[in-house]
Write a protein that binds this ligand. Structure first.
Ligand SMILES: Cc1ncc(COP(=O)(O)O)c(C=O)c1O
Length: 372
């Protein structure tokens, strides 16, 4: 750090210069992100609450109430008005809290968690941190957990089963209904990672069951900073009931709140306010429109790719398209050189594109044009 401070204008100009190095969602070149440009009202709300700290709830009763209201809205969307939970930094922290609760509930010496091979990589970190052994289940031909392999892997050490509603790579949705039946039968915690799909599926006319409507679902990750268009970072973790969160409670004697449930201590209320603002501003109708538009772009891209002659890996269930060519790594490299940000997924040898709200029809057309 320099000895004496600089002028305000100089500081801001320096920052602006560095900001220019970043890529911007508006350019339409970012086709690999599951986050998007937050809604303008999210930005306004974020600024209003930028100094609020939910780690010390007693100081910020207004922000605390806002978090409760956002959780209640998410609970309603996910078919459980009794759900309780928190807004956190993202899917990773939300998944961590869920597995921490599940592990604490089971109280076994050598805990194991069952997940599909397609589970998000955050679970690798989490298993490492919590010292829980991951047991991976193969996928079926639609890249979903092969449930026929589930039962034989459940044993006395199983603390949780994880299913995904919208995998990061392909947007696949595991057969949560069947998984839930196994979870009920074996009395095992079922965590649904709907970080991405949780704010898409409730707005579709026909969607597979994945939420608290299913009796076996104990917790759900749902991230407002992905398809919810809230500020970054805003993740969400919902538990079926109040006793679940008691499993992750910590006393915080010197703070006004007296207890915390989240991994983070100091925690921004700005994210919480941003989610509240977008939820209220858009309502169900607004989200339906956004989701429909993303799915329309998904369809256009899929059709265009097939017309050019690429192999689309599976019929997209959400706004994610994965495709292959004869030499997919080379193609990914060329696209990168042309300024497109796409993901190459080695385990499926495919290029994966996420059609987020910042991707407009024109960008899809430009991408297809470059591909052809
Ligand atoms: C299904 C799924 N789970 C978890 C995560 C992790 O979320 P975050 O990066 O917000 O921690 C992601 C991220 O894209 C995801 O797609």
């Amino acid at each position: 750090m320099q000895q004496s401070g600089a002028r305000k204008n100089k500081v801001l100009a320096e920052l602006q210069k560095l900001r220019q190095l970043d890529n911007h969602y508006e350019d339409g070149r970012i086709l690999c992100s599951m986050c998007t440009k937050p809604h303008p009202i999210a930005e306004k709300a974020f600024r209003m609450f930028f100094d609020s700290n939910l780690g010390d709830m007693g100081l910020f009763p207004g922000t605390t109430q806002i978090e409760k209201e956002v959780i209640a809205q998410l609970g309603e969307l996910l078919n459980n008005t009794d759900a309780t939970g928190f807004l956190v930094t993202g899917g990773t922290e939300a998944n961590l809290m869920a597995l921490l609760a599940a592990r604490n509930k089971a109280k076994v010496e050598e805990p194991e968690v069952i997940l599909p091979y397609s589970a998000h990589f955050s679970f690798k970190k989490i298993c490492n941190m919590l010292k829980v052994k991951p047991i991976y289940i193969p996928l079926d031909s639609a890249f979903r957990m092969n449930v026929s392999e589930l039962e034989s892997n459940i044993n006395k050490n199983t603390v949780a089963i994880v299913g995904t509603a919208g995998t990061a790579e392909l947007g696949a949705i595991d057969p949560i209904k069947e998984i839930s039946e196994s979870a009920v039968e074996n009395d095992v915690w079922l965590h649904v990672d709907a970080a991405f799909g949780g704010l898409i599926l409730p707005f579709l006319k026909e969607a597979p069951l994945f939420d608290f409507k299913l009796r076996g679902v104990s917790s759900i990750t749902v991230d407002p900073h992905k398809m919810g268009m809230a500020a970054i970072p805003t993740g969400g973790i919902l538990f079926r009931d109040r006793p679940s969160i008691e499993l992750i409670k910590t006393e915080t004697p010197y703070l006004t709140g007296k207890t915390q449930f989240t991994v983070a201590g100091t925690r921004t209320g700005a994210s919480v306010a941003s989610a509240w603002a977008v939820f209220h501003f858009l309502g169900r109708e607004g989200y339906e429109k956004i989701v429909m538009n993303c799915l329309k772009n998904t369809k256009t891209l899929t059709k265009g790719l097939e017309k050019i002659g690429f192999k689309v890996l599976c019929s997209p269930q959400l706004n994610i398209v994965a495709f292959r060519s004869n030499d997919t790594t080379k193609l990914a490299e060329i696209l990168g050189k042309k300024g497109w940000f796409i993901s190459y997924i080695p385990q499926y040898d495919c290029i994966r594109v996420v059609l987020m709200p910042h991707t407009k029809q024109k960008h899809v057309a430009d991408f297809l044009n470059d591909l052809s």
